[in-house]
Design a protein around this ligand. Structure first.
Ligand SMILES: Nc1nc2c(ncn2[C@@H]2O[C@H](COP(=O)(O)OP(=O)(O)OP(=O)(O)O)[C@@H](O)[C@H]2O)c(=O)[nH]1
Ligand SMILES: [Mg+2]
Length: 238
Protein backbone atom coordinates (compact mmCIF):
# COMPACT_ATOMS: atom_id res chain seq x y z
CA UNK A 1 0.00 0.00 0.00
CA UNK A 2 1.19 3.53 -0.42
CA UNK A 3 1.83 6.13 2.23
CA UNK A 4 -0.01 6.79 5.48
CA UNK A 5 -2.49 3.94 5.78
CA UNK A 6 -2.50 3.56 9.51
CA UNK A 7 -3.10 0.45 11.58
CA UNK A 8 -6.53 0.42 13.12
CA UNK A 9 -7.95 0.83 16.53
CA UNK A 10 -9.76 -2.43 17.35
CA UNK A 11 -12.77 -0.54 18.68
CA UNK A 12 -13.45 1.00 15.31
CA UNK A 13 -13.85 -2.15 13.25
CA UNK A 14 -16.68 -2.36 10.76
CA UNK A 15 -19.25 -5.12 10.52
CA UNK A 16 -18.92 -6.04 6.86
CA UNK A 17 -21.82 -8.47 7.07
CA UNK A 18 -24.24 -5.53 7.02
CA UNK A 19 -23.63 -4.76 3.36
CA UNK A 20 -26.60 -4.13 1.11
CA UNK A 21 -26.73 -3.67 -2.61
CA UNK A 22 -27.54 -0.02 -3.17
CA UNK A 23 -27.35 0.93 -6.81
CA UNK A 24 -25.96 0.09 -10.24
CA UNK A 25 -25.42 2.67 -12.91
CA UNK A 26 -24.33 2.41 -16.49
CA UNK A 27 -23.80 6.00 -17.53
CA UNK A 28 -22.04 8.85 -15.87
CA UNK A 29 -25.11 11.08 -15.93
CA UNK A 30 -26.81 8.62 -13.55
CA UNK A 31 -24.04 8.67 -10.96
CA UNK A 32 -25.28 10.08 -7.65
CA UNK A 33 -23.21 12.57 -5.73
CA UNK A 34 -20.71 11.26 -3.26
CA UNK A 35 -22.22 11.47 0.21
CA UNK A 36 -20.26 8.71 1.96
CA UNK A 37 -16.68 7.52 2.06
CA UNK A 38 -16.03 5.01 -0.71
CA UNK A 39 -13.63 2.11 -1.13
CA UNK A 40 -13.40 1.04 -4.74
CA UNK A 41 -12.08 -2.03 -6.51
CA UNK A 42 -10.41 -1.70 -9.89
CA UNK A 43 -8.58 -4.18 -12.05
CA UNK A 44 -8.57 -6.18 -15.22
CA UNK A 45 -11.69 -8.04 -16.20
CA UNK A 46 -11.90 -11.47 -14.54
CA UNK A 47 -9.22 -10.67 -11.94
CA UNK A 48 -11.67 -11.30 -9.07
CA UNK A 49 -13.10 -7.93 -7.97
CA UNK A 50 -16.68 -9.12 -7.48
CA UNK A 51 -15.49 -12.32 -5.79
CA UNK A 52 -13.43 -10.29 -3.34
CA UNK A 53 -16.42 -8.09 -2.49
CA UNK A 54 -18.57 -11.16 -1.87
CA UNK A 55 -15.91 -12.63 0.40
CA UNK A 56 -15.54 -9.38 2.32
CA UNK A 57 -19.24 -9.06 2.98
CA UNK A 58 -19.64 -12.77 3.56
CA UNK A 59 -22.26 -13.31 0.86
CA UNK A 60 -21.96 -15.82 -1.92
CA UNK A 61 -23.75 -13.96 -4.67
CA UNK A 62 -24.44 -10.33 -3.83
CA UNK A 63 -21.86 -9.14 -6.36
CA UNK A 64 -22.24 -11.00 -9.65
CA UNK A 65 -19.36 -13.26 -10.56
CA UNK A 66 -18.72 -15.14 -13.77
CA UNK A 67 -15.99 -17.21 -15.34
CA UNK A 68 -16.70 -15.17 -18.45
CA UNK A 69 -14.85 -11.84 -18.36
CA UNK A 70 -16.90 -8.67 -18.56
CA UNK A 71 -19.48 -9.72 -16.00
CA UNK A 72 -19.66 -6.41 -14.20
CA UNK A 73 -20.86 -3.94 -16.79
CA UNK A 74 -22.00 -1.22 -14.43
CA UNK A 75 -20.55 0.59 -11.44
CA UNK A 76 -22.15 -1.09 -8.43
CA UNK A 77 -22.51 0.42 -4.98
CA UNK A 78 -22.74 -1.69 -1.84
CA UNK A 79 -23.62 0.26 1.25
CA UNK A 80 -22.45 -0.67 4.73
CA UNK A 81 -24.26 1.18 7.45
CA UNK A 82 -23.67 0.02 10.98
CA UNK A 83 -26.58 1.68 12.76
CA UNK A 84 -26.02 -0.28 15.98
CA UNK A 85 -22.41 0.75 16.03
CA UNK A 86 -23.31 4.41 15.61
CA UNK A 87 -26.08 4.21 18.21
CA UNK A 88 -23.80 2.51 20.70
CA UNK A 89 -21.22 5.25 20.35
CA UNK A 90 -23.62 8.16 20.27
CA UNK A 91 -24.96 7.03 23.68
CA UNK A 92 -21.52 7.47 25.16
CA UNK A 93 -20.97 10.75 23.43
CA UNK A 94 -20.60 14.13 24.78
CA UNK A 95 -23.40 16.14 23.10
CA UNK A 96 -21.08 19.06 22.44
CA UNK A 97 -19.16 16.84 20.07
CA UNK A 98 -22.11 15.90 17.87
CA UNK A 99 -22.13 17.43 14.42
CA UNK A 100 -25.17 18.53 12.43
CA UNK A 101 -24.34 16.16 9.61
CA UNK A 102 -25.05 13.20 11.87
CA UNK A 103 -21.41 12.31 12.15
CA UNK A 104 -20.84 11.56 15.77
CA UNK A 105 -17.56 12.12 17.50
CA UNK A 106 -16.49 10.70 20.81
CA UNK A 107 -13.58 10.61 23.09
CA UNK A 108 -11.06 7.82 23.17
CA UNK A 109 -8.47 8.48 25.83
CA UNK A 110 -8.48 12.15 24.95
CA UNK A 111 -8.18 11.56 21.22
CA UNK A 112 -11.22 12.31 19.10
CA UNK A 113 -12.21 9.53 16.73
CA UNK A 114 -14.87 9.55 14.06
CA UNK A 115 -17.76 7.30 14.94
CA UNK A 116 -19.94 7.14 11.86
CA UNK A 117 -18.70 4.17 9.88
CA UNK A 118 -21.19 4.25 7.00
CA UNK A 119 -19.42 3.77 3.72
CA UNK A 120 -19.65 2.15 0.32
CA UNK A 121 -17.81 -0.58 -1.48
CA UNK A 122 -17.71 0.17 -5.18
CA UNK A 123 -17.37 -2.63 -7.72
CA UNK A 124 -16.00 -1.22 -10.96
CA UNK A 125 -16.20 -2.81 -14.42
CA UNK A 126 -12.97 -4.53 -15.38
CA UNK A 127 -10.66 -3.12 -18.01
CA UNK A 128 -8.82 -4.94 -20.76
CA UNK A 129 -11.52 -7.29 -22.00
CA UNK A 130 -10.68 -7.56 -25.68
CA UNK A 131 -14.06 -8.83 -26.87
CA UNK A 132 -16.03 -5.75 -25.91
CA UNK A 133 -17.36 -3.60 -28.72
CA UNK A 134 -15.71 -0.22 -29.19
CA UNK A 135 -18.85 1.49 -27.96
CA UNK A 136 -18.85 -0.56 -24.74
CA UNK A 137 -15.14 0.00 -24.19
CA UNK A 138 -15.73 3.71 -24.56
CA UNK A 139 -18.69 3.67 -22.17
CA UNK A 140 -16.60 1.78 -19.58
CA UNK A 141 -13.63 4.09 -19.72
CA UNK A 142 -15.91 7.10 -19.70
CA UNK A 143 -17.67 5.81 -16.60
CA UNK A 144 -14.43 4.96 -14.82
CA UNK A 145 -12.81 8.27 -15.61
CA UNK A 146 -15.87 10.15 -14.46
CA UNK A 147 -16.05 8.07 -11.28
CA UNK A 148 -12.47 8.90 -10.37
CA UNK A 149 -12.58 12.54 -11.40
CA UNK A 150 -15.95 13.70 -10.07
CA UNK A 151 -14.71 14.85 -6.69
CA UNK A 152 -15.90 11.81 -4.73
CA UNK A 153 -14.92 10.92 -1.22
CA UNK A 154 -12.76 7.95 -2.28
CA UNK A 155 -10.81 6.85 0.74
CA UNK A 156 -8.93 4.10 -1.01
CA UNK A 157 -8.77 2.28 -4.30
CA UNK A 158 -7.83 -1.37 -4.25
CA UNK A 159 -6.06 -2.29 -7.43
CA UNK A 160 -6.41 -6.02 -8.09
CA UNK A 161 -3.73 -7.88 -10.02
CA UNK A 162 -3.71 -11.58 -10.86
CA UNK A 163 -0.91 -13.06 -8.80
CA UNK A 164 -0.09 -15.58 -11.57
CA UNK A 165 0.52 -12.93 -14.22
CA UNK A 166 2.91 -10.11 -14.92
CA UNK A 167 1.64 -6.54 -14.96
CA UNK A 168 -0.11 -5.74 -18.22
CA UNK A 169 0.05 -2.44 -20.09
CA UNK A 170 -3.43 -1.54 -18.89
CA UNK A 171 -2.44 -2.30 -15.27
CA UNK A 172 0.48 0.08 -15.65
CA UNK A 173 -1.83 2.71 -17.11
CA UNK A 174 -4.15 2.25 -14.14
CA UNK A 175 -1.24 2.73 -11.71
CA UNK A 176 -0.11 5.84 -13.58
CA UNK A 177 -3.66 7.14 -13.51
CA UNK A 178 -4.02 6.55 -9.74
CA UNK A 179 -0.70 8.30 -9.15
CA UNK A 180 -1.72 11.18 -11.41
CA UNK A 181 -5.06 11.78 -9.68
CA UNK A 182 -3.35 11.37 -6.30
CA UNK A 183 -5.58 8.63 -4.95
CA UNK A 184 -4.47 6.44 -2.09
CA UNK A 185 -4.32 2.86 -3.30
CA UNK A 186 -3.30 -0.60 -2.21
CA UNK A 187 -2.61 -3.64 -4.37
CA UNK A 188 -4.27 -7.04 -3.94
CA UNK A 189 -2.75 -10.07 -5.65
CA UNK A 190 -5.69 -12.32 -6.45
CA UNK A 191 -6.12 -16.07 -6.92
CA UNK A 192 -3.20 -16.87 -4.59
CA UNK A 193 -4.70 -20.35 -4.10
CA UNK A 194 -3.64 -21.21 -7.64
CA UNK A 195 0.06 -20.91 -6.82
CA UNK A 196 2.40 -23.28 -5.02
CA UNK A 197 4.54 -21.93 -2.21
CA UNK A 198 7.62 -21.44 -4.37
CA UNK A 199 5.62 -19.80 -7.16
CA UNK A 200 4.04 -17.49 -4.60
CA UNK A 201 7.44 -16.41 -3.33
CA UNK A 202 8.70 -15.57 -6.78
CA UNK A 203 5.46 -13.76 -7.63
CA UNK A 204 5.82 -11.70 -4.45
CA UNK A 205 9.41 -10.84 -5.34
CA UNK A 206 8.32 -9.82 -8.81
CA UNK A 207 5.53 -7.55 -7.53
CA UNK A 208 7.67 -6.05 -4.77
CA UNK A 209 10.34 -5.18 -7.34
CA UNK A 210 7.88 -3.90 -9.90
CA UNK A 211 5.54 -1.96 -7.64
CA UNK A 212 8.39 -0.17 -5.88
CA UNK A 213 7.29 0.50 -2.33
CA UNK A 214 3.61 -0.34 -2.71
CA UNK A 215 2.79 -3.28 -0.53
CA UNK A 216 0.83 -6.04 -2.22
CA UNK A 217 -1.48 -8.38 -0.30
CA UNK A 218 -1.89 -11.95 -1.61
CA UNK A 219 -5.57 -12.88 -1.55
CA UNK A 220 -7.78 -15.86 -2.31
CA UNK A 221 -11.55 -15.69 -2.41
CA UNK A 222 -11.53 -19.49 -2.14
CA UNK A 223 -9.56 -19.97 1.07
CA UNK A 224 -9.75 -16.45 2.51
CA UNK A 225 -6.00 -15.77 2.56
CA UNK A 226 -5.43 -12.03 2.98
CA UNK A 227 -9.02 -11.26 3.99
CA UNK A 228 -8.22 -10.04 7.50
CA UNK A 229 -5.45 -7.82 6.20
CA UNK A 230 -7.79 -6.26 3.66
CA UNK A 231 -10.41 -5.59 6.36
CA UNK A 232 -7.67 -4.09 8.49
CA UNK A 233 -6.63 -1.75 5.68
CA UNK A 234 -10.24 -0.64 5.12
CA UNK A 235 -10.72 0.01 8.83
CA UNK A 236 -7.53 2.03 8.79
CA UNK A 237 -8.68 4.46 6.10
CA UNK A 238 -12.29 5.06 7.19
N1 LIG B 1 -9.22 -19.95 -7.83
C1 LIG B 1 -9.74 -18.72 -7.67
N2 LIG B 1 -10.65 -18.25 -8.56
C2 LIG B 1 -11.13 -17.00 -8.38
C3 LIG B 1 -10.71 -16.18 -7.30
N3 LIG B 1 -11.34 -14.98 -7.40
C4 LIG B 1 -12.13 -15.07 -8.49
N4 LIG B 1 -12.02 -16.26 -9.08
C5 LIG B 1 -12.73 -16.72 -10.30
O1 LIG B 1 -12.39 -15.83 -11.36
C6 LIG B 1 -13.53 -15.57 -12.19
C7 LIG B 1 -13.81 -14.08 -12.28
O2 LIG B 1 -14.17 -13.58 -11.02
P1 LIG B 1 -14.98 -12.20 -10.84
O3 LIG B 1 -15.03 -11.96 -9.38
O4 LIG B 1 -16.26 -12.24 -11.60
O5 LIG B 1 -13.98 -11.18 -11.55
P2 LIG B 1 -14.21 -9.64 -11.84
O6 LIG B 1 -12.89 -8.97 -11.64
O7 LIG B 1 -15.34 -9.11 -11.04
O8 LIG B 1 -14.57 -9.64 -13.39
P3 LIG B 1 -15.36 -8.51 -14.25
O9 LIG B 1 -16.66 -8.27 -13.60
O10 LIG B 1 -15.45 -9.14 -15.59
O11 LIG B 1 -14.49 -7.30 -14.28
C8 LIG B 1 -14.67 -16.40 -11.58
O12 LIG B 1 -14.73 -17.64 -12.25
C9 LIG B 1 -14.24 -16.59 -10.14
O13 LIG B 1 -14.80 -17.76 -9.55
C10 LIG B 1 -9.74 -16.72 -6.37
O14 LIG B 1 -9.30 -16.09 -5.40
N5 LIG B 1 -9.30 -17.99 -6.61
MG1 LIG C 1 -17.04 -8.17 -11.56
Amino acid sequence: MNADIKPTDKNKTVNFNLAEFELAFYNKKDMPQSDKPEICFAGKSNVGKSSLINKLINRKKLARVSSRPGKTVSVNFYKIEDKEYNKEYSKKDNKKDSKKDNTVYGNNGGEKIKKDKSFRLVDLPGYGYAKLSNAETERFSDLMEYYFKSDRNIKLCFLLLDMRRKLGDNDRQMIDFLNAVGLKYAVILTKSDKLKKQEKNSALNYFNDTLKGIEAVPFSSLNGEGLEQIKHIINGVL
